[in-house]
Design a protein around this ligand. Structure first.
Ligand code: ZN
Length: 147
């Protein structure tokens, strides 16, 4: 199995079996994001305690990249502090925008784990917004967006 096939499998797995799917009736933070270029929609509920995201729920609809990336995002942030979330989000967005994150081609998954599966999306610039939608929506909901 080539690396590209492996990456495709990771993305399809998250698309078919999205993690942390649903909503949180008593959420502490809530975000909604929309990518009009593709029609992707993401809604995120977050529960917080002592600066840690204790629970996250994602719903929405759209292309496989947008939904799979939001699923991976939910796994990457659950149980983590706001500082850690800001760090991994910054790294992921840097990866997608080709800005300063180098992956180890010899050892896939050692820099950003499963998130590296989305690196292939960079070859399709119109889809980068699909991959980052859930992340920007989450950062906005947590008031962690710099820009
Ligand atoms: Zn999309």
């Amino acid at each position: 199995m080539s690396l590209n096939d492996l990456y495709r499998e990771v993305i399809l797995d998250h698309y078919r079996s999205p993690r942390n799917r649903g909503s949180l009736p008593a959420a502490d933070a809530h975000g909604e994001g929309h990518n009009p270029l593709c029609g992707d929609e993401i809604t995120i509920d977050l529960s917080l305690a002592d600066g840690v995201v204790t629970d996250v729920a994602v719903s929405g609809q759209g292309c496989s990249i947008s939904q799979a990336s939001a699923s991976m995002m939910s796994e990457a942030i659950k149980g983590h502090t706001l500082d850690e979330i800001k760090s991994v989000s910054g790294d992921f967005i840097a990866l997608m925008t080709g800005d300063g994150i180098e992956l180890d081609e010899e050892k896939p998954g050692t820099v950003l784990g499963d998130l590296e599966a989305l690196a292939g999306v960079r070859e399709f610039p119109v889809r980068i917004k699909c991959a980052t939608l859930g992340w920007h929506t989450m950062l906005d909901a947590l008031d962690l967006s710099d820009a």
